[in-house]
Design a protein around this ligand. Structure first.
Ligand code: GLN
Length: 503
């Protein structure tokens, strides 16, 4: 007999033991995802010979689509598949996508990417929702659990983000891999780690008791809904039908704008429909979740400058006064490095504070997230005071700014995952987690727009002028973040009312 939810959730100690299994599956999935994401722009420019601006746009489109499909993945997990089947289906799609790319990355590029996009949509929200299920709704250890899980995410991001591109470019293992096969191997590596993720999940399933089982499964705690087999097959077939559509939408970026204009309002309408079916108390909680989601768009819009304008800033305006490290390398992986070091500590800090009844509630943590983000962007602005006349400034100061920003991320991102699981009703867990990530899609989208505005403003100027334009932009963003932080803290009594007993 499978362990009941009640038994799992009454664990002793700081973390439930099942969290480690989920940690590793997610770590390998993020390795696959960030490994691939890290190769995209470079591969499009150097191998597919696309123009830089087109490659950037298409990269942005893939990111927007990846996170947009988490809503679809979450929704079908709630309604039909359950978390586990969704996770396997998504993982399988990611393996197929990476394998197709490994076979012939030049020929199969968009096909492979399309599989990966939809696969991530089915995997990502649902593994996060399962972490939430390990805790009772008001367990004060939940945020710490998500912080630990977040360290796993970033371990995968750091390893995959570094290894895949380094192998593709021939900077690593080039003596063992023939030059013509380097990209095949790096995409193949993404496929292999994804297989490891699923094998790991297969073995830990037993320890998950009833968590994530399809509704109506003989062991499931939800026996009221029996899902007819045809509905399950319809999801699988529907996913496959979406592949060519996604391929077209990613390869022609004018569709991305259209898609972004449509998907947000449609999902909101759908959410309102679902909200009309729940009790008044549950509805209030969903409203609170929606407020967190909307604020997170602004957070990611600012934060995600890292992939766009900050990578250009790092390449042109930063020296290597930090241990001789490459500024772009620091920009790409510094955040993940800090998180691996800090996330478990911050998690333990939340538990320590909660024992002394001093733990800030979620709204205040969110507010703090914005304040740190604002201060971090202000520190990015301050790099201009350390610049030489060529507009080259200190990587050390940049690294400090990144640290402050990362503190902000730790107050918001894992906490956001945690609060989604606490505020969602039982049957909307996957969908709400998907909505949380959909906000990231909009964040990425907004980030791209802000980045390209800054790029236009500095066009034609000297390197020093570019530094001034970028840092001015970062100051503005810093101010927006600080204002958002203050607003959140000011409206906290109102949000608290909506959240009721949830902390
Ligand atoms: N870096 C985190 C992850 O990969 C958060 C992503 C996001 O929500 N934008 O899970």
């Amino acid at each position: 007999m499978a362990q009941t939810l009640e038994q799992i959730q009454s664990f002793k100690g700081k973390y439930p033991k099942q969290i480690w299994g989920l940690f590793f599956s997610e770590m390998w999935e993020r390795f696959c995802f960030y490994g691939m994401r890290g190769m995209l722009t470079y591969f499009m420019i150097t191998e597919l010979l696309m123009k830089e601006d087109i490659a950037q746009l298409q990269y942005g489109a893939t990111q927007a689509f990846v996170y947009a499909f988490t809503f679809v993945g979450g929704l079908f997990a709630d309604k039909i598949l359950g978390f586990r089947k969704s996770l396997f289906w998504g993982g399988l799609m990611m393996i197929v996508g990476s394998a197709i790319l490994a076979l012939d990355p030049h020929e199969n590029f968009f096909l492979g990417i399309a599989f990966t996009i939809i696969g991530t949509g089915f995997f990502k929200p649902n593994i996060s929702a399962m972490v939430g299920k390990l805790y009772r709704p008001n367990d004060s250890r939940t945020d710490a659990g998500f912080s630990l899980f977040y360290a796993g995410i970033n371990m995968g991001a750091l390893l995959g983000g570094y290894l895949c591109i380094a192998i593709g470019k021939g900077e690593l293992f080039s003596q063992f891999i023939p030059e013509a096969l380097r990209w095949n191997v790096s995409f193949g590596l993404a496929a292999i780690v994804m297989i490891i993720s699923l094998i790991n999940f297969h073995f830990i399933q037993k320890s998950l008791g009833t968590i994530g089982l399809q509704p109506g499964h003989p062991d499931s705690e939800d026996q009221e809904r029996k899902i007819p087999k045809w509905q399950e097959y319809a999801v699988y077939i529907g996913t496959l039908i979406l592949i060519p559509i996604i391929m077209i939408m990613v390869s022609k970026t004018q569709y991305t704008d259209l898609f972004m204009y449509i998907i947000g309002p449609v999902t909101l309408l759908y959410l309102f429909y679902e909200m009309s079916k729940v009790t008044a108390a549950e509805r209030k909680k969903l409203w609170a979740a929606l407020i967190f989601i909307v604020f997170s768009i602004l957070f990611w819009g600012i934060y995600e400058q890292s992939g766009g304008s900050l990578s250009i800033f790092a390449a042109k305006n930063l020296n290597n006064d930090l241990l001789g490290l490459d500024p772009n390398g620091v920009n790409n992986s510094g955040g993940a490095f800090y998180i691996i070091l800090l996330a478990p500590l911050v998690g333990l800090l939340w538990i320590w504070l909660s024992k002394r009844r001093l733990e800030p509630n979620t709204i205040v943590k969110f507010g703090l997230g914005f304040l740190f983000l604002g201060l971090g962007f202000y520190a990015l602005y301050a790099t201009r005071f350390f610049a030489d006349l060529q507009g080259v400034t200190s990587l050390n100061i940049f690294a400090i700014a990144l640290l402050v920003i990362t503190f902000g991320e730790l107050c918001l991102s894992p906490i956001g995952l945690s609060i989604m699981t606490k505020l969602s009703t039982k049957n909307l867990q996957g969908m709400m987690m998907g909505l949380w990530f959909l906000a990231s899609a909009y964040g990425q989208y907004v980030a791209g727009i802000i980045g390209s505005k800054m790029a236009q403003a500095k066009e034609g100027g000297t390197n020093y002028e570019a530094l001034i334009t970028y840092t001015e932009g970062y100051k503005q963003l810093g101010i927006y973040a600080l204002v958002a932080g203050v607003i959140l803290i000011l409206i906290s009594p109102f949000i608290k009312k909506l959240m009721q007993e949830v902390r």
